[in-house]
Design a protein around this ligand. Sequence first.
Ligand SMILES: Cc1cc2nc3c(=O)[nH]c(=O)nc-3n(C[C@H](O)[C@H](O)[C@H](O)COP(=O)(O)OP(=O)(O)OC[C@H]3O[C@@H](n4cnc5c(N)ncnc54)[C@H](O)[C@@H]3O)c2cc1C
Length: 379
Amino acid sequence: MKVIVIGAGIVGLLTACRLKQQGADVVVLEKGWMGQESSWAGAGILFPIHPWLYPDDYSALVHASLSLYPALQRELTSETGWDIQRIQNGLLIPCFEDDNTHHQQAALAWSEKFKWQVEQLNPSQALAIEPNLSSKLNQALRWPDVCQVRNPKLLKAVFAYLNKLGVEVVENSEVGSLCEDNTGSVTGVVTVHGKRFDSDAVLLAAGSWSHELAEQSGFSLPVRPVKGQIILLKTEPGTLKHIIKHDDAYFVPRQDGRILVGASMEDVGFERGNTVSILHQLLGATLKLVPGLEHAEIEQQWMGFRPGSPDGMPFLGPVAAKAGLWVATGHYRNGVALAPITANVMADWIMGHKPSLDMAAFSPERKLIESSLVGYPNL
Ligand SMILES: Cc1cc2nc3c(=O)[nH]c(=O)nc-3n(C[C@H](O)[C@H](O)[C@H](O)COP(=O)(O)OP(=O)(O)OC[C@H]3O[C@@H](n4cnc5c(N)ncnc54)[C@H](O)[C@@H]3O)c2cc1C
């Protein structure tokens, strides 16, 4: 079975890896350099943002994915020597007087339903473990089991693994169109440089850019870029112990003391770069929520394009009208968390094995409810 994977983000790379392990002959085509877009830019939080706003099928998919991470981490370390820095430092949501208490109640109910341990802390308990937080909080919710991963290291590890497995990742090789035979089945791709690659299956994993190729091929895939800007602070290790999440901003402390402050949710197309107004907002939220970071050094800032879908859920599976074409995209805010299950399910499916999970809710042809098409939700 020959498979072409379009896109060398975490979704395409990890799926290529699983396909190869199942015996497929895989080539990954990447328009730029591997792992330089959303998968590199993300914060690496291994927990969905606001999971209580999603349907239960989504929470089940996330759980299945997160449960694969410990074994994936061991596999990558033993096969490549890379440490992906998956660490369990917990997630803490500080709650202030003017915050929406509906969210807090929904978070508690969701955690009970999906068996995530959660603690309610009073202000002195919260400040005892996170003294740099604002003392104006009136309570905090803490999920001790939440983990994070360091995205660039994860990508390098998977890339090294692909090299070891003998999978070719062809960079600077943008796919310009899909090839079809006279029955409408997809039989390969052609790059913008005119090079043709024939295959039995094509997996569209082109993140925010997936829409164009789908459209060209005559089916609708409403994925669009949702820009996120991030600021990197340089602090001493231990300045923050937990991932801190609030509606205004989140803070992800890395092992070496660096702290990511993220992230905007912007519907501005593919407009690159950091902007004064968003950096101002993120820094304002930092002073309000974690005033102990007032003197932290700003080391860097960047941005990325989340592959947004109208209901916040990925599109995973075959395209019924185009035999040979498969889709794995639209992971929006949670593609790093969802990569392990995406890779396993898609590799099984393409290789002819029915996925063990019910995937109907993620079908590329699912009916999107009218209201979810209005805007890309701040889920
Ligand atoms: C600021 C920010 C914070 C985030 N935080 C988190 C988080 O904490 N946790 C989490 O789980 N997720 C997070 N995400 C979301 C996550 O990063 C994405 O959902 C995930 O990376 C999507 O992976 P992907 O492989 O589909 O897309 P990408 O990483 O964007 O990869 C797609 C690849 O396809 C290539 N491509 C596009 N078109 C073509 C073509 N025609 N031919 C060949 N190649 C092509 C692109 O160049 C790109 O390399 C965040 C994202 C951002 C931007």
